[in-house]
Design a protein around this ligand. Structure first.
Ligand code: ADP
Ligand code: MG
Ligand code: MG
Length: 896
C-alpha cells in the first residue's frame, strides 16, 4: 500500500528509526528476520509533528489507519472488537530515541461490553477476558480521558483488602465485572463522558493520546535531561495483542542478551507468569528471575534463548527484549540496543571486539568520557564495619550518601538547596522522574533489575538498589525501618551501594575505585580495568589531539603525567602568590616607590624560581606552559567589607588602627572595580605594574638554567593572558625576550622559551591574523571567551538565571559546560583558520574547562586544534574522547 503516513511492519527496517521510532523500526526489522512478532503497523513521526504543529492529525491519517487496519484484520482473520473472537490491538508510543516509560501505551483496545463476552467464549477463559477489559478501561481512562490514575488504584486496593488477597490475581470474574462497572462510573464522573464502546473510536482516541503524551510532563523532563530535541515527535505503533495474562501457561517478561550491570555474558531478565505488559516494569508483583522460565516452560525458554542469540548477532550489541508467552507460545514485542552501566559498556564493547563482532572504531563509538569518569568515582570501603540496613538488587552501580526522603516533592525541594538526597520509595513510576533526577540514589522496596527504577537509574548513571524487601518503607510516616529494627526518619543520612545492592545507615567511608587505582598506579587487573586500559591504548593510538594538563604544582604535574599528560598546557602563576606568600604580594601592592616595589619583587623571585624548578623537573622533557599573572589584584587582598568592619571596630573601641591595616584598606578601595572580570587584569597588569613581568620571567629563566645545570630537559613556555590587541603582546613579548637574554648572558648559556598568547576575548579572535605573527602559539581560554562573547559572568549567571534558562529550554546546555558551537565556536574556528593562514606553523590549544568535555572535544578536533589542556582528573576522559573524535563517524555514534 503506497501511503504517506502509515507503514506495515513488513515495509520498514531498523534504519528508519527517525520515521518509525526506535520501537517501530525494530519491530519491522524483527519481522523481516522472521521472528515471532505479532503483526501490526506504525504511524510515522511526521504525523505526530503535524499534530504538534497544528493541534490536529493530518487529514489523510484516519483513512490510512482504516486501510492498514483492514489489512491487519484480513491477515489475522479477525475483526477489531468484533462480538465473537475479537481482534484486540495495542497502541504504542515510540520515538527516535528511547524514552522508556516516558510516554503512553494503551493495551487491549477493542474490548467493549459485547466483545468481552466474545473474547471469553473464544478463549474459554472468562477471568482473562474481564481482566483485560478492566485493564483497558483503566488505561484508557487514565491516558486518553485524563482520569487521575489513583482513582482506579483505590478501587483495586479496596477489593484486594476486602478479599484479603495480595495482588490482582486473587480477583475473580465476579469482582472484575464489578470493578469494570465502577471504573466506568469513575470515567463518567471525572471525565464527563462515557468510556467509548466503539472500537474504532477507541483506536482513534488512543492514537491521539499517544501523540499528546510526547508533550506530557515526564516526557519533557526526560528529554531535557537527555538532550533530546523537543520537536521530533513520536511514532505510534498499532499491533495485534498477545496475552500473557491468559493463565498460568502464559506470562510476560524482559530479557537481556548479557548482564547490563557488569557486561558478563549469560541470561538476564525477569519473568512474571499470568501477567500483561507493564506488570513486570511497574513492580506491582515481584517478578521471577528469568532462569525460572527454563523449568516453567522449557520449550518457550529455548526459543527465547535462540531469539536472544540471533538478535545479539544481528545488532552486534547488547539487546534487551520484551516478550510474552501466550499459552505456551513465544512472542517478541520489542527489542532495542539495551541501556547499560558504564562498566558493562566498556566490558561488552571489548568482548565484542575480541569475538570479532565489531572493530575498535565501532567499539569506541559505544563508550564515552562521561562513562569513564563514572568508573573513577570512589566506592564504599567494604572493609568498613557495620551491617547493612537492607539488601536488594544491585540495579545501578556506584556509591552515594545523602539524606533519606520519601517523596518526590521533598527530594526536589532539598536538592534545590544543594542537599544530597536519597529517594526511597516502595516502587517508582514515571511521575517520580523529577525526584529521581534530584536524588543521588534511588532505593525501592519492590521490583528487580528491569523495574522502572532500575531502567531509568541505569540510563541516568544514578546509583540504584531495587527490591530491598527487608526495608519497611512507611511513606506516610516519612520513615523506614531496617531488618534489624533501626528506624530512619526523613532527613537521616544513608549510604547506598549500588554495586553490592546494600543500604547502610549513616555515611560510609569511601575508597578509590579499581579504575582510578589503575590510573594512579598503572597496575592492570582483569575485568573492567583491563577493558578501560585497552580502550585508552586504542584512543591514544588514533587520536590527533595532544592532551596536556592544567597543573600549578609539582604534585599535580606528577599526577597529570601518570594520567597520560603530554605536558602542562596551563600553569596559573597566581596560585604561587597565595597562602603564606600573600603578605609579599600585599607588599608589592602597597609599594609606593620603585625601591619598595623592587624589595617586594625580589622577595618573591626566589620562591617562584623554586616553584618553577620543581614543576619543570616533574614535567622534564615535556612542555610547561606558564601563564603570567592574570587575576585582578584585589583578589590578593582581604575582603572589602571585612577590612572596613575591622577598622570601624578598632575605632569604636577607641583604638588607633594599625598603620598597615589602614594602608591595606586604602589599597582595597583603590583597586576596587565594578567589573573586575573586565578590569585591570591579564596582560593589562603586566603593562601597568613595573617589574612584574621581569620578575616572573626571570624566575622562569633561572629555573630553566637550574634544570639544565642539573642535567634536565626543561621546556618552559610563556603565555600572555587576556590580550585584546597585538600591541599589548608585542610590548610584553619584547620585555620577555629582553629578560631571558639577560638571564642567558648571566648564566653563560642561551635561554629560549616560546612565547604565546591566550585567545579569550572576541577581539583577539577576530584579529587573530595580526596577532599570530607575534605569537608562537595560541591557547583558547574558552571560559573567558564564553563569558565575554555572551556578555555574562559565569558565577553570576549560575547563581541567578542560568538554571531557569535550562529549565525553560531557552538553552539546551550551559555554554560553560559544552562549547557553544554557533557563537563561541565560530570565534574559535575563525581564529584558528586565520591565525594559521597568517602564521603557518602556529600551534593551537584549548585550556578552558571545555577541554575536558566530550562534546566540546569533538568540536575542537573538527576545527583542527592541536592540543587540549584540562585538569588532571579529566585527562583519561579527554584522551578517550580525543580518540573517539578521530575515528567515530556520525553514523557510528548514531547507531548506538
Ligand atoms: P514502553 O515504551 O513504555 O515500554 P510499550 O509500548 O513497550 O511501552 O508497551 C508497554 C508494555 O505493554 C510492554 O511490556 C509491552 O511488551 C506490552 N505490549 C505492548 N504491545 C503489546 C501487544 N500487542 N501484546 C501484548 N503486550 C504488549
Ligand atoms: Mg517497551
Ligand atoms: Mg582567562
Amino acid at each position: 500500500m503506497a501511503t504517506a503516513y502509515v507503514y506495515d511492519f513488513g515495509e520498514g527496517s531498523r534504519e528508519q528509526a527517525e520515521l518509525l521510532g526506535g520501537k517501530g523500526a525494530n519491530l519491522a526489522e524483527m519481522t523481516r528476520l522472521g521472528l515471532p512478532v505479532p503483526p501490526g503497523f506504525t504511524i510515522g513521526t511526521d504525523a505526530c509533528r503535524v499534530f504538534l504543529r497544528t493541534g490536529a492529525p493530518p487529514s489523510a491519517l484516519a483513512d490510512e489507519i482504516a486501510e492498514h487496519l483492514a489489512g491487519l484484520e484480513r491477515s489475522i482473520g479477525r475483526r477489531l472488537g468484533a462480538a465473537d473472537d475479537p481482534l484486540l490491538v495495542s497502541v504504542r508510543s515510540g520515538a527516535r530515541f528511547s524514552m522508556p516509560g516516558m510516554m503512553d501505551t494503551i493495551l487491549d483496545v477493542g474490548l467493549n461490553d459485547t466483545s468481552v463476552l466474545g473474547l471469553a467464549a473464544a478463549s474459554g477463559r472468562e477471568r482473562f477476558a474481564w481482566d483485560s477489559y478492566r485493564r483497558l478501561v483503566q488505561m484508557y481512562g487514565a491516558t486518553v480521558l485524563g482520569v487521575p490514575a489513583a482513582r482506579f488504584e483505590e478501587v483495586l486496593t479496596r477489593y484486594r483488602r476486602r478479599l484479603g488477597v495480595a495482588d490482582d490475581l486473587g480477583l475473580g470474574v465476579g469482582e472484575l465485572t464489578e470493578i469494570v462497572g465502577e471504573f466506568r462510573r469513575i470515567v463518567r464522573e471525572v471525565a464527563g463522558e462515557e468510556f467509548p464502546q466503539d472500537p474504532r473510536e477507541q483506536l482513534a482516541g488512543a492514537v491521539l493520546a499517544v501523540f499528546r503524551s510526547w508533550n506530557g510532563e515526564r516526557a519533557r523532563v526526560y528529554r531535557r535531561r537527555e538532550h533530546i530535541p523537543d520537536d521530533l515527535g513520536t511514532a505510534v505503533t498499532v499491533q495485534a495483542m498477545v496475552f500473557g495474562n491468559s493463565g498460568r501457561d502464559s506470562g510476560t517478561g524482559v530479557a537481556f542478551t548479557r548482564d547490563p550491570g557488569t557486561g558478563r555474558p549469560g541470561v538476564y531478565g525477569d519473568y512474571l507468569p499470568d501477567a500483561q505488559g507493564e506488570d513486570v516494569v511497574s513492580g506491582v508483583r515481584d517478578a521471577l528471575p528469568l532462569q525460572n522460565l527454563e523449568r516453567l516452560d522449557p520449550f518457550s525458554y529455548e526459543r527465547l534463548i535462540a531469539v536472544l542469540r540471533l538478535l545479539e548477532a544481528h545488532y552486534r550489541d547488547l539487546c534487551d527484549v520484551e516478550f510474552t508467552i501466550e499459552r505456551g507460545r513465544l512472542w517478541v514485542l520489542q527489542t532495542r540496543v539495551g541501556k547499560r552501566t558504564a562498566e558493562a559498556a566498556f566490558r561488552i564493547a571489548c568482548a565484542l571486539v575480541d569475538e570479532g563482532t565489531i572493530t575498535w572504531a565501532q567499539a569506541l563509538a559505544r563508550v564515552d568520557g562521561r562513562q569513564l569518569d563514572q568508573l573513577t568515582f570512589p566506592r564504599f570501603d567494604t572493609q568498613a564495619d557495620g551491617a547493612p540496613l537492607a539488601h536488594g538488587v544491585p540495579a545501578s552501580p556506584g556509591a552515594a550518601v545523602g539524606a533519606v526522603v520519601f517523596d518526590v516533592a521533598e527530594a526536589v525541594r532539598r536538592a534545590a538547596t544543594g542537599e544530597r538526597v536519597v529517594l526511597v520509595r516502595p516502587e517508582t513510576r514515571p511521575d517520580d522522574l523529577p525526584g529521581m533526577i534530584a536524588a543521588e540514589a534511588v532505593v525501592t522496596g519492590r521490583g528487580g533489575k528491569t523495574s522502572h527504577a532500575a531502567v531509568v537509574a541505569r540510563g541516568m548513571g544514578k546509583v540504584c538498589v531495587c527490591g530491598a524487601a527487608d526495608l519497611d518503607i512507611d511513606v506516610e510516616g516519612r520513615r523506614c525501618t531496617g531488618a534489624d529494627g533501626t528506624v530512619l526518619e526523613q532527613g537521616a543520612t544513608v549510604s547506598v551501594d549500588g554495586t553490592a545492592g546494600t543500604v547502610y545507615a549513616g555515611a560510609l567511608a569511601l575508597v578509590p575505585s579499581p579504575v582510578s587505582r589503575y590510573l594512579e598506579t598503572g597496575v592492570r587487573s582483569a575485568g573492567v580495568v583491563e577493558a578501560v586500559a585497552r580502550f585508552l591504548e586504542q584512543a591514544d593510538a588514533v587520536r590527533r589531539l595532544h592532551v596536556l594538563a592544567n597543573a600549578d604544582t609539582a604534585e599535580d604535574a606528577a599526577r597529570a603525567r601518570r594520567f597520560g599528560a603530554r605536558g602542562i598546557g596551563l600553569c596559573r602563576t597566581e596560585h604561587m602568590f597565595l597562602g603564606p606568600r600573600r603578605p609579599l604580594v600585599e607588599d608589592l601592592i602597597l609599594a609606593r616607590t620603585d625601591a619598595d616595589r623592587r624589595l617586594a619583587l625580589d622577595a618573591l623571585l626566589p620562591l617562584q624560581r623554586e616553584d618553577f624548578t620543581e614543576l619543570l623537573a616533574a614535567m622534564d622533557g615535556l612542555p610547561v606552559t606558564i601563564r603570567l599573572l592574570d587575576p585582578p589584584l584585589h583578589e590578593f587582598l582581604p575582603d572589602h567589607t571585612e577590612s572596613a568592619l575591622r577598622l570601624a571596630r578598632a575605632r569604636a573601641r577607641g583604638e588607633e588602627p594599625e598603620p598597615r591595616a589602614v594602608r591595606v584598606h586604602e589599597a582595597i578601595e583603590r583597586l576596587h572595580e565594578q567589573n573586575p572580570m573586565l578590569g585591570l587584569r591579564g596582560v593589562r597588569l603586566a603593562l601597568t605594574i613595573p617589574g612584574l613581568v621581569a620578575t616572573q620571567v626571570r624566575a622562569i629563566g633561572e629555573a630553566v638554567v637550574a634544570r639544565v645545570r642539573a642535567g634536565g630537559d626543561p621546556r618552559a613556555e610563556i603565555m600572555i593572558p587576556l590580550v585584546a590587541t597585538v600591541e599589548e603582546l608585542r610590548i610584553v613579548r619584547a620585555e620577555v625576550e629582553r629578560v631571558l637574554a639577560e638571564v642567558g648572558q648571566a648564566a653563560g648559556t642561551p635561554v629560549h622559551c616560546p612565547v604565546g598568547t591566550m585567545i579569550e576575548l572576541p577581539r583577539a579572535a577576530l584579529t587573530a591574523a595580526t596577532i599570530a605573527p607575534v605569537a608562537d602559539f595560541f591557547s583558547f581560554g574558552t571560559n573567558d571567551l564564553t563569558q565575554t562573547t555572551w556578555g555574562l559572568s559565569r558565577d553570576d549567571a549560575e547563581a541567578s538565571f542560568l538554571a531557569g534558562y535550562l529549565e525553560r529550554g531557552i538553552l539546551d546546555v550551559s555554554p560553560f559546560e559544552t562549547i557553544d558551537r554557533a557563537g563561541v565556536g565560530r570565534l574559535v574556528d575563525l581564529a584558528t583558520r586565520e591565525g594559521r593562514r597568517a602564521s603557518p606553523g602556529l600551534r593551537i590549544g584549548v585550556c578552558g574547562e571545555h577541554a575536558g568535555d566530550p562534546e566540546s572535544i569533538r568540536f575542537f578536533h573538527e576545527v583542527g586544534v592541536d592540543y587540549l589542556s584540562c585538569s588532571p582528573f579529566r585527562l583519561p576522559a579527554a584522551r578517550l574522547e580525543a580518540g573517539r573524535a578521530a575515528v567515530v563517524t556520525a553514523t557510528d555514534a548514531d547507531s548506538r
